[in-house]
Ligand binder design. Structure first.
Ligand code: PAF
Length: 262
């Protein structure tokens, strides 16, 4: 695995890989088995795999966890070495530098619901960095996890709107044995909040089953909203879109998201 720290090193790598098919896996590091499954997917479609690790300041709001977002590049590099990864791109762009690149707006219809209501500007920051990395790397494929399903939809729309010649592939959510969706932010959970977090998967599974059998979606959702709130969750949303049930909830100050078909 070659590690590319800046644009000059990426340019040299591009000369090496330009004849090959390339699958790109963008990440913010703090890698876990979910990311590794995206890398497997990438290897199944292309000759070369490029992973990026970059905690993108543009997608964090002023009161969010940008400065304390988990960062451990040595651990991440070791994990990546357990897979076939041809290149790791880990630049250190500053926010000021990123404000000078082409700023992209996320499709408002997709970006103003769910997480977009609670994280103003978040998806603009995501599409801006993803488009920039697409321009720099020029992949044939890019892999995104369904854990961030809204992000996936927004990136698909961006690729469509900008007529980019990149195939976006979705990879399913990986879960802990308890059902908790794998996330870099799970490291913020202590033992008791982790136990409580397991209720998310249990309840989403029940909601999904009930929606499939009864079809009175709003009534079902309202009763589970109450259930979550009564067991101590601060709920940002519990909503149904794209034939899936979506949740964002805070447990002991840690914000978790999840979704599943329903
Ligand atoms: O899903 C993420 O980790 C980030 O939003 C992404 C796609 C790497 C852009 O910073």
């Amino acid at each position: 695995m070659k590690i590319l720290y800046n644009l000059e090193e990426l340019e040299i790598a591009k000369n090496e890989y330009k004849q090959k098919s390339i699958a790109f896996v963008p990440t913010m590091g703090a890698l876990h088995a979910g990311h590794l499954s995206l890398i497997d997917r990438a290897n199944s479609v292309a000759e070369n795999v490029i992973v990026s690790i970059f905690v993108n300041p543009l997608q964090f709001g002023p009161n969010e966890d940008f400065s304390k977002y988990p960062r451990d590049i040595d651990r991440d590099i070791n994990l990546l070495k357990s897979k076939k990864v041809d290149y790791l791109f880990c630049p250190n762009f500053t926010k000021d530098e990123l404000l000078k690149i082409k700023q992209i707006s996320a499709e408002p219809e997709l970006a103003n619901i769910l997480c977009g209501k609670f994280r103003k500007g978040h998806f603009d920051g995501v599409v801006t960095i993803v488009n920039y990395f697409f321009e720099l790397i020029e992949p044939d494929y890019a892999i995104f996890g369904e854990k961030d399903y809204q992000q996936l939809k927004i990136i698909e729309a961006m690729v469509n709107n900008l007529s980019l010649n990149i195939k976006i592939l979705a990879a399913p959510i990986l879960r802990e044995a308890s059902g908790l969706a794998m996330s870099s932010r799970n490291v913020y959970l202590n033992q008791s909040s982790r136990l409580k977090a397991d209720e998310i998967y249990k309840n989403l599974s029940s909601i999904s089953e009930e929606i499939r059998s009864r079809e009175e979606i709003q009534g079902i959702i309202n009763s589970y909203k109450e259930k979550f709130i009564n067991s101590g969750f601060e709920l940002d949303y519990l909503e149904y879109h794209w034939s899936r049930i979506f949740i964002a909830a805070r447990i002991d100050g840690v914000r978790l998201i999840d979704n599943m078909p329903a």
